[in-house]
Design a binder for this molecule. Structure first.
Ligand code: PMP
Length: 422
């Protein structure tokens, strides 16, 4: 091979040896301009982009086997059912669950938390009992518990967060008592990037027989989920944050809990038999999947899991850590930046403020340059407003297909914002 060709390939590869430029060819959306500039998509914590294999799996489904599942004896229905159930098996393996009975298709993390709050929380909470979440919860893992506690006259308590954006673990231990009936915490914070010590939380909780739910919406894109290793009792994540489609998500729950829980939605699919007098519920996991499910969503999620397996979490972590370090360095060099969330253990999310600039103004100027970042509360209003006393932050969140050149563009954008507004 010619030396200049070898040199070019070497340049194109990141330090991890992973060819990010080749991978980007699989994401057609990244190859477009926004306001005349090549798009720089840094809003991956909100939703990440989809590779062709996922997009094609959905159109292939509609082109070849579209049919309703679990119902027909005809061939198309059988094929659709096989594909839908094959996706469930992929999810089971992905999270390392014992059985497909423990894998429930939902519409996303939000529905997973609601299902647990209503079907499980309702049945175990009594007046004066306590539920623990943390100060850094996404609204999805806060509002359902708040509503439930209000309804049951129970108390919702918050694990405090330090200035760096880490859970204060000795305060958490002090919060444990006989009244605590449930703990639900975010695995990786969407607004700070903090990776929480969930295994430690679960170990402490289980010593007191308290079940623990993990909001893994931001963990699943970055870390290998292993429900046996963490020993969590419930775990939810969304397809659209792991390169899959919107409108599909997963609730993992231990079979011993699901067996006892009542369905949260009812209708077709979740029944074994119905008479005018009574209904016998279906077996697990179908008891919790009322109505025609999101078949193409499940199939798309299965394809997304195949994609992650092909890339490998080692490559994902290495690439994202490299981007995170580079972003900290480049943004630091820009000057006048205040980082919000400087935990030791972090995923590739950088929340920051530009001194003297409102986050919304910065976001608008960056958008004009083709750079997509998130601004505001990031659905963690109590954390940003009450804990950090801020009106919002700018959040750049990186995925496997982002490059250092894109971070350079962000740094240039910040300099422009400062020039215009400071
Ligand atoms: N939890 C966290 C930590 C999140 O980041 C999100 C999405 N931003 C959710 C829950 C809710 O996910 P969804 O909207 O897909 O249900």
């Amino acid at each position: 091979m010619q030396s200049d060709v070898i040199e070019n390939i070497a340049k194109r590869k990141s330090q991890t040896g992973f060819d990010v430029y080749k991978l980007r060819d699989e994401f057609p959306i990244l190859n477009q301009k926004v306001h005349g500039n090549p798009v720089v998509y840094l809003d991956n914590a909100a939703t990440n982009q989809k590779p062709l294999s996922v997009i094609n799996s959905i159109s292939d489904y509609y082109k070849t086997i579209n049919s309703n599942v679990h119902r027909g004896v005809h061939s198309l229905s059988e094929k659709a059912t096989e594909a839908y159930e094959a996706a469930r098996e992929k999810v089971r393996e992905f999270v390392n669950a014992d059985s497909i009975k423990e894998i429930i298709f939902t519409s996303g993390t939000t529905e997973g938390v609601n299902l647990v709050a209503y079907s499980f929380g309702e049945s175990i909470l009594n007046e004066g009992d306590e539920v623990i979440v943390s100060q850094m919860e996404h609204h999805s893992n806060l509002v359902p518990w708040q509503i439930l506690c209000e309804k049951k006259n129970a108390v919702l308590k918050y694990i405090p967060v330090n200035d760096a954006g880490e859970l204060i673990m000795n305060e958490f231990e002090k919060m444990i008592n006989d009244k605590v009936k449930m703990i639900s915490v975010v695995y990786v914070s969407n607004s700070l990037g903090t990776i929480n010590p969930v295994k430690e939380i679960i170990e402490i909780a289980h010593k007191h027989n308290i079940p623990v739910m993990l909001d893994a919406a931001q963990a699943a894109p970055h870390l290998k989920i292993d429900v046996k290793y963490s020993d969590c009792d419930f775990l939810a994540f969304s397809g659209h944050k792991v390169f899959g489609p919107t409108g599909i998500g997963i609730l993992y729950a231990k079979e011993k809990f699901l067996e006892k829980m009542l369905p949260y939605k009812s209708g077709g699919e979740m029944i074994k038999s119905v008479t005018y007098n009574e209904t016998v519920f279906n077996d697990l996991p179908y008891k919790f999947e009322a109505g025609t499910p999101n078949i193409e969503g499940a199939i798309g999620l299965g394809a997304a899991i195949d994609f992650i397996k092909r890339i490998g979490y080692e490559n994902i972590s290495a690439q994202e850590n490299e981007l995170l370090d580079y972003a900290n360095e480049k943004l630091g060099e820009a000057g006048g930046i205040r980082f919000i969330g400087t935990a030791k253990n972090k995923a590739s999310v950088v929340s920051f403020l530009i001194e003297g600039v409102h986050p919304y103004d910065a976001g608008t100027i960056l958008d004009q340059m083709g750079i997509a970042v998130r601004t505001g509360f990031h659905c963690t209003q109590p954390l940003i407003e009450q804990r950090y006393k801020l009106t919002g932050t700018i959040r750049a969140s990186f995925s496997i297909y982002n490059t250092k050149e894109e971070i350079d563009r962000l740094a240039e954008g910040i300099l422009k914002v400062k020039k215009m507004l400071v």
